[in-house]
Each structure stands twice: as structure tokens, then as C-alpha cells.
Write a protein that binds this ligand. Structure first.
Ligand SMILES: *Cc1c(COP(=O)(O)O)cnc(C)c1O
Length: 406
């Protein structure tokens, strides 16, 4: 079963992690040993409903049989070539991903942060080569409260003090405007602007959903200003919101879309920049790359993920169960919940600080067998696998009600 059995219990494993791992996370005190679908089991055999789903990396649940089968088949044939050679899995992955997202071209990478970094590099190169921005003067306009990853360039335009403090000097060339504010965006965009980079829904910030018309407004504004619209759909994309992409809510087509998390099916890290040929074409051999990007195992799993999304069934499910989620949370407003934002199977729930911090609510839910993650003080984020049943979802909502009202 396990490679070499570790017979320690939860408490000992947590102590061991604490002493040997860098302290860049503060996990809830549960040690997961196995999982299937929406359920995880800890080393003592206790079961929990996973209402976080790896921050949307597990949109199809743990170990979806189609994804595991695709990975197994590929493990037995070929796992890595590097892009020094071609592999027989990459073409169809890219073709099908481009078709699913109605784009022309694909740049495969591994982690979300790499997709964001790649998008930034492509936008800058496009600004110099196509738009004619003077060398090293390109700017990228981003939104306050963004979350795009953890590299030094990406934290350079974070507005979260904890994410930045101690990591300077920072990469220049970014302008921050308030989210959901088209007038501020209009003012920040000028002849040096390569791109506007935003999350169509800000996940880490607490599932901040912009007003209807904002995404279409960003599309219109960027087109008029002659700059690119880059949408970071790493968390919002691939079915989560009831659509393939969150920008589909307003039928908007960005120039570049950044994908990650669920693209790897919760099995391997797979990310990608997808977009218009005229933009992605600015990259030429030697200018950008990744040893693992586009590897055959990633491509095989990614293709199986795209296949799951091609039928539209998961998107429909997220939309339908999203109604159950909104209705359930609506019933808790004034009863421990001060407000919430939800789209599809994704919600940010503001808990009355009198009842507890988000962390404390997370710990109480854990004791009741439900896994969630807090964000920014008193907000908890719900993002269950899209495979959750209505009954399981209602069960999670009942547990939340119990924790908040008793
Ligand atoms: C998670 C996330 C990232 C970073 O992805 P990693 O795989 O953790 O590097 C970037 N953007 C958004 C919107 C995310 O949610």
C-alpha cells in the first residue's frame, strides 16, 4: 500500500512536520491518508467531507476513475521527454484544450504561478514587438486584493502585506487599481500598457465577484486601449462557476487565459497559457520554456480532464448545485453568517466575528467532519468537488448551520 509504512498517529505526524518542514503553512490539524471522490480519511480512519477540494485543484474529486486510469496507462508507457523532443500526447492535449476554451494556441507549464509568469512575459514581449512600446517601459495593470501566486515578480504586485514583507526588492512595471472599478482601470491604462491582468472572480480574496458588466467592460476597455486582457482562471476556471471559464458568465473572450489547478486533475501539476495565435506567436525557440511543461504524463491527465469537461455535465452540475449552495447560505444570513458571495459551487462566507475567526470555524467544522479553509480573518471558502451529491452538499450546509448556531 504505502511505499514504506509510517505507523505514527496524527499527533506524532503533525509534531514531526512542525519540526522538519518550513513553516510557510498553518494546516488544520488533520492528517489525510487516503481519499475517494469527495471524502477523505485520516490516519486514524476518521472520514471528512472535503469542501475545499485543493483550492479547486480537485474539481473532479479525489482519484476520479477516468483520470486515475489515464495516469496509470501513461505511467506504463512514457512519463517525460522534455521539449527537446516531441511526445505523442502533447498535440491532442493542446488541440482539445484550445477547442474547449475556444482559443488558438497553448503554452503548457506546470504550476499556476508559472502560467502567470509566462502570461506576463508574453504580454510584455507582445507590447514591444506588436504594440511598439519603448524598450523596458511596458506596464501591466492589476487589481488590488489579487492572488496570482508566490514568485518574486508576482508578489511584487500583491497588495497583501504578509505575502510581500521581507521579499523585496520587487519587479517594477505594475500598476494596481481597485477591483471591480472600470473608471480606475480606464485611468490607469495608457500607451505603455501591455495588459490588464485580473481574476474574473477573486478567490483568495474571499470569492469576490465583480458586478455584472465588469468583465465585458474590461474586454471593451482593453480593446479600445490596444492592450491585452489576461484572465487568471487558475482557480475560477474549468467548471467551478457553472461555466467552463468564469469569463463565460459574460460571454467574454480574453486575449490570454491562465489555467492551472484542476487542469492536472489533482494528480499532477499542469498549467497552461491559452490564447490568440497573434499573441502567443511572439514566443520563439529559446525564449521561454520548462523542463516538465507539456510532459506526456501531464498531457495524458490534462487530456482526460478536458474530456470530462467536453460534455458540459460538470459545468451544469456546478450551476445547479450552486443554487442549493446559495439557498442554504441565504438561510444562514443573520444566523452566524453576515454575508456571502457565491457563483456555481464556490462561495466565500463571512462569519460573524462574535462567533469565531474563520480559523476557529474551520477547526469546529473539522471536528464535525467537514474540511474547509479560512481566508482573511472571518471568511471561509467553500469549493467542494463538482462531483458532490445534493445530499452531501445539504449535509455540509447542515453541519455549517450546527457549528454557527449551537
Ligand atoms: C492558486 C492560484 C495561483 C497560483 O497557482 P500555484 O499552482 O499555487 O502556483 C495563481 N492564480 C490564482 C487565481 C490561483 O488561485
Amino acid at each position: 500500500m504505502t511505499p514504506s509504512a509510517d505507523t505514527r498517529g496524527s499527533a506524532a505526524l503533525i509534531r514531526a512536520e512542525d519540526s522538519v518542514l518550513a513553516h510557510n503553512y498553518h494546516p488544520l490539524p488533520v492528517v489525510v491518508a487516503r481519499a475517494e471522490g469527495v471524502w477523505v480519511e485520516d490516519v486514524e480512519g476518521r472520514r471528512y467531507l472535503d469542501m475545499l477540494a485543493g483550492y479547486s485543484a480537485l474539481n473532479f474529486g479525489h482519484r476520479h476513475p477516468d483520470l486515475v486510469a489515464a495516469a496509470h496507462r501513461q505511467l506504463d508507457r512514457l512519463t517525460l521527454t522534455s521539449r527537446a523532443f516531441h511526445n505523442d500526447r502533447l498535440a491532442s492535449f493542446a488541440e482539445r484544450l484550445a477547442a474547449l476554451t475556444r482559443t488558438d494556441m497553448v503554452l503548457p507549464m506546470n504550476t499556476g504561478a508559472e502560467a502567470v509568469e509566462s502570461g506576463i512575459k508574453i504580454a510584455r514581449k507582445w507590447a514591444y514587438e506588436v504594440k511598439g512600446v519603448p524598450a523596458d517601459r511596458a506596464t501591466i495593470v492589476v487589481a488590488a486584493d489579487n492572488f496570482h501566486g508566490r514568485t518574486t515578480t508576482i508578489v511584487s504586485f500583491s497588495t497583501d502585506a504578509t505575502a510581500r514583507a521581507g521579499f523585496g526588492p520587487f519587479t517594477p512595471g505594475f500598476r494596481v487599481v481597485p477591483y471591480n472599478d472600470l473608471a480606475a482601470l480606464e485611468e490607469a491604462v495608457d500607451a505603455t500598457t501591455a495588459a490588464v491582468l485580473i481574476e474574473p472572480i477573486q478567490g483568495e480574496a474571499g470569492v469576490n465577484i465583480p458586478d455584472d458588466g465588469y468583465l465585458a467592460g474590461v474586454r471593451d476597455l482593453t480593446r479600445r486601449a490596444g492592450c491585452l486582457f489576461v484572465a487568471d482562471e487558475i482557480q475560477s476556471g474549468l467548471g467551478r462557476t457553472g461555466h467552463t471559464l468564469a469569463v463565460d458568465h459574460e460571454s467574454v473572450a480574453p486575449d490570454l487565459v491562465l489555467l492551472g489547478k484542476a487542469l492536472g486533475g489533482g494528480i499532477v501539476p499542469v498549467s497552461a497559457v491559452v490564447g490568440r495565435r497573434e499573441v502567443l506567436e511572439v514566443l520563439r525557440p529559446g525564449e521561454h520554456g520548462s523542463t516538465f511543461g507539456g510532459n506526456p504524463l501531464a498531457a495524458a491527465v490534462g487530456t482526460a480532464v478536458v474530456e470530462l469537461l467536453e460534455t458540459g455535465g460538470f459545468q451544469l452540475r456546478a450551476a445547479e448545485l450552486g443554487g442549493v449552495l446559495r439557498e442554504g447560505l441565504g438561510g444562514l444570513v443573520g444566523r452566524g453568517v453576515t454575508g456571502f458571495r457565491a457563483r456555481g459551487l464556490w462561495a466565500g462566507v463571512d462569519v460573524d466575528p462574535e462567533i469565531g475567526t474563520g480559523r476557529e470555524i474551520g477547526e469546529r467544522l473539522l471536528r464535525e467532519g467537514v474540511l474547509v479553509k479560512d481566508t482573511h480573518g472571518s471568511t471561509i471558502r467553500l469549493a467542494p468537488p463538482l462531483t458532490i451529491t445534493e445530499e452531501e452538499l445539504r449535509g455540509a450546509l447542515a453541519t455549517l448551520e450546527k457549528v454557527l448556531t449551537t
